[in-house]
Design a binder for this molecule. Sequence first.
Ligand code: ARG
Length: 457
Amino acid sequence: MGKLWGGRFSGQSMDPEVLEFSSSIDIDKVLAEYDCRSSGVHVEMLEKCGYISDVEKQVLSVALKEILDEIAAGCFESGGFEDIHSAIQDRMEKKCPDEAKKLHTARSRNEQVVNDVRLYAKDKADEAVELIRELQKSFLCLADRNRDAIIPGYTHLNRAQPVLFSHLALAYMEMLERDRGRIIDARKRLDLSVMGSGAIAGSALALDRGFVSGKLGFSDISANSIDSVSDRDFMAELMAAFSILVVHLSRISEDLILYSIPEFGFISMDEKFTTGSSLMPQKKNPDVLELIRGRSAGIIGDLNSILVLLKAQPHAYNRDLQEDKRFFFRSVETVFGCLRVFAPLVLSISVDTVASGKALSDEFIYATDIAEHLVAKGAAFSEAHRIVGNMVGYCTKKNINISGLSLTELKAFSELLDESVFSLLSAGSSVSGKKTEGSTNPEMVYRQIELWKKKVK
Ligand code: ARG
């Protein structure tokens, strides 16, 4: 197989085991298209700057186009090469031996690989942002369809206060919106062409870096050739954004798993997102959500791997950097897989308000509402807290609900209490009683739903 670096060697072919050990072709072959596109622009630039003739440019461009067609048709043979750049160079040498010798003019794989991955990363960032939007649309639809459903909100996994289910779904919208923002932000920073940086020091040939950058759709050129071939921040940043995203997906999965099990029973999802047990005939297991929760481990691990890979590497390029793509590409594919399956799963969710209504009939969940009612009547909050705490303790001992208290019993807790307390013991009045912006008050939640509709359009 052709090498891009044979000259100073005695001509012995590479030990097959060493080649296999050092080859990245199985991983970096996904860059094939980007590499050809990039080479096409490099060729145009070489001609523009006078390093190849117009005829040579035509021949090289046609050959690159043919390779792109081979890649698209799935018949480009890349096996046995060190990396995708060598495979494409070798194919070019077969197609047009004389012209191909000039293709690598003023170019190093150290910069080539970074530029290819930057092109890949820009596409994948755009795709990720789109996929997150799709998932948001599913949650928004779920919220809209179940605007009025009320469930117990939990803190410490103990019933806390009633909330609209749609309010919870909109909490997920906020988390995902931050995830989109982080990716969009990372994409802005990575949108630089490094071509012209050479192996480390730049080139003695008068190249037009701006031309290459513009033709490849980058917004600018990188400023420092040493940094250009060393920098992998852009991968780490995207992987950090992915890691936070999958921590979110994992937490949301955990909520949905809990709310779907019979102990809660507030939601159910379509059968096609669950599996049965080979032993226990009654089971309907939320495997897809468990897998999303589980796959997040790999994404977080890959972020850790790239940071450890970079730590303590001397400047500039070292072959260690070849390993970056293993982590980065895997991370991208895993995140996309999770997002793709999550969106239709969420759309399939139905809410069971009978089950949530049962959980809400435990009236202790209105304790905070009663305390705030006392504050509105003039009590100091800590006093109100103590009064209602006493009331809850008393009811627990007597094994009754708050509505089981007589007026005399109420008055014994505080003179400020009367029958008006009983009107507080409903989930509907609890949520509509909320007054703060961003609360679970239905009017505010509906407004948020409408705002989100405009935003995701
Ligand atoms: N395949 C390498 C990588 O992915 C690029 C080649 C640079 N190799 C070299 N020996 N300078 O990082």
